[in-house]
Design a protein around this ligand. Sequence first.
Ligand code: HEC
Length: 153
Amino acid sequence: MHSAVWLMASVLVLCAPLTQAADGAVTGVDNGAALFAKNCAACHQADGSGTVGLAPPLQGEHWQRLGADRNYLAQVITHGLSGLIMVNGQRFVSSMPAFAGQLEDEQLAAIATYLQGLQQRAGAAYSAAEIATARNSAGSPPQSRTLRNQLLK
Ligand code: HEC
């Protein structure tokens, strides 16, 4: 009994740090958690639960729809988001900074993959290539909001 538990625990530990990204790149999930803690948690909290009046929770049922378009998360983190949004019944009228100028594609991919896990969404890990596509496409904080409204319609 004990040895079976130990075996399962060690398999989990061995599997935890690495996941295979869509383009074959290896993304560290632990790295994503650390990067999220450093760059995002001041506003969104380490567990993504948000801060009342400052930054929204990054979890909730709406992520099933927002997350269905993998590009939404990539757009928000590279280009930012601004304007009124409703999240889990709370209003937020603020702005989310763009991170394209501050973090590399690999780092943003690791953060997006970490968030996908927090949101309990299935799907392949984000690849650096997906982030690069969002980074190089047109985008702005108000445009992210337009996209959000379309996805939640
Ligand atoms: C300075 C505070 C701040 C920091 C730091 C910050 N955010 Fe945000 N974030 C916000 C605010 C404020 C909003 C909501 C913007 C609005 O009201 O339109 C937001 C919105 C978002 C959304 C969209 C939520 C939705 O429901 O559509 C995502 C995703 C997100 N942030 C992810 C991140 C990630 C990932 C990081 C770190 C790389 C990060 N944020 C760092 C303040 C912040």
